[in-house]
Design a protein around this ligand. Sequence first.
Ligand code: OAD
Length: 238
Amino acid sequence: MIHIRPEDRVFILTGAGLSAESGIPTFRGSDGLWRNFRIEEVASPVAWRNDPRLVWEFYSWRREVAAQCKPNPAHLALAQLEQTLGERLFHCTQNVDSLLEQAGCNNVCHMHGRLMQSRCERAACRQPPFDDRNSYPTLESVPICQCGGRIRPHICWFGEVPYHLEEIGAALDHCTIFICIGSSGVVHPAAGFAAQVKGRHGTRSYYIGPEEPANRRYFDENFWGKAGEVLPKILALK
Ligand code: OAD
């Protein structure tokens, strides 16, 4: 069990495994996305420069898949935890889907962006990301921003800096419980968060998932199994 006391501040880090039971493919498993797609062709600034149509084909397909999926019991358990802990919970997700919000979460920090949002490709453009569930099958169908830039997915690609890092760093500094759910522990900076809190006096760290993550040594305790089956059983609020 993970015992959460009234004085605890909880940092949750979620990864693709959280949404696996909802039907959203993970990235590195045996049928993971990166087995069928090359990162440098669909998820990098170079890919965008070379072939924006192919990039939009990939993200349009992912939008269509995600639109069919429903939250699973792990998303629902996290929504309940948010309601109970309020300000004492900081939930950082690497997931770009909206299943946590669909489950009732109101306060999730999406460090890798949002699948259902788009933004201008130009860093200097002042227009903020906007909700967008559309698919763009051709380059001609992709909207152009008022500034003349092409609209791109609001996703942090390889080679780009994740969002909200300052806020995340502050929450890591103050947490007394760190829980990572369904992440392989290979993509930085998120893979380094467990190491940041390891050994800090008064902070406990836990991993939940069916397989050993690459950063396993930085967790005090592991709960092996699927998030949807394990998580609802192990959170104990005191
Ligand atoms: P990965 O695909 O690398 O890892 C998914 C993890 O989930 C694996 O360790 C699995 O063992 C675990 N898993 C599978 N099914 C599970 C279940 N039912 N319950 C719990 N865990 C389960 O995904 P991430 O670590 O999230 O970034 O990947 C990190 C980043 O790499 C992603 O955000 C994405 C990707 O490239 C970008 O696209 C920027």
